[in-house]
Design a protein around this ligand. Structure first.
Ligand code: 6GU
Length: 261
């Protein structure tokens, strides 16, 4: 998978993209990342990339021209007058704007994006991006959560990490991701490693018992109980068996007992 990242701050990405999983995925050729400095595509001696908003209100807005120029140069095309969207059907890559106004990035959204061979990621900065960029260039807008970042760069790093993990061959053991939190719509069960007794706190007996079927059942129950306690909103979309539902019902019953008048 190839990512072209359009940003005013390419230097922010170095550590994250050179280390561990992403670094190794790049070395192995699973992932190609090209950082593009939007400033390089801004005309004039001063390469101005932002300006004050029409109508006032303060803050600075990213100008459309450097961004349109960058996309045209990177893809070797002219943006049609009716916008870039029509080129998607011809196999041109999606252009994703990272913005707090976008749809929320979830594991299901990542799986949907993972089918693409190439993505252009546009990192918004300042108070925002000129609306004509959103209307005529961008094909998708993504946010990574309901909070405000100083720019889309960190969100772009998050997206690249999430997508890289989905590329076959990047992670050694495919089973390692099967139980990941969110991959099956539930939070993950708790993990323990040696020592069995640490500062008087012991590992649950079931993990030391060697009873495989019981262990699998315990982990599933832990996963369900945790999701119910921490993220009950996820249960509506999770794939649940009849056994799962019965177990959740016992948890809900016992929590009702605990309610004090
Ligand atoms: Cl993608 N950008 C910014 N600036 N803030 C965010 C975000 C993105 N996602 C959540 N907050």
């Amino acid at each position: 998978m190839r990512f072209d990242i359009l940003t005013l701050f390419p230097e922010m990405f170095a550590g994250v993209f050179d280390a561990t999983i992403i670094g190794r995925a790049r070395e192995m050729g699973h992932v190609e990342i090209v950082l593009r400095n939007i400033r390089d595509y801004a005309p004039g001696k001063h390469h101005v990339t932002d300006d004050t908003p029409y109508g006032g209100g303060g803050g600075m807005i990213m100008k459309p021209e450097p961004i349109f120029n960058a996309v045209e140069a990177i893809l070797g095309i002219e943006i049609p007058p009716d916008g870039y969207r029509s080129l998607l059907q011809q196999g041109y890559p999606p252009i994703i704007l990272l913005t707090p106004q976008g749809r929320l990035l979830k594991q299901a959204v990542a799986r949907e994006l993972a089918v693409h061979e190439r993505l252009l990621l546009l990192c918004g900065r300042y108070e925002g991006v000129d609306e004509r960029v959103c209307q005529f260039l961008v094909t998708d807008e993504l946010s990574i959560g309901d909070y405000v970042l100083s720019g889309g760069e960190i969100a772009a790093m998050v997206l690249v990490d999430v997508l890289t993990r989905l590329i076959p061959g990047v992670l050694g053991d495919p089973e390692a991701t099967a139980n990941d939190s969110h991959s099956a719509g539930l939070l993950e069960y708790p993990h323990y490693t040696r020592p069995a007794n640490y500062r008087g706190q012991t590992v649950p007996d079931i993990l030391l018992s060697g009873h495989h079927a019981k262990l699998t059942e315990w982990r599933r129950q832990q996963s369900l109980a945790r999701t119910l306690a921490r993220r009950p909103d996820l249960l509506a979309e999770a794939e649940l068996s009849e056994v799962d539902r019965k177990y959740l019902a016992t948890l809900q019953d016992s929590s009702e007992d605990e309610v004090t008048p």
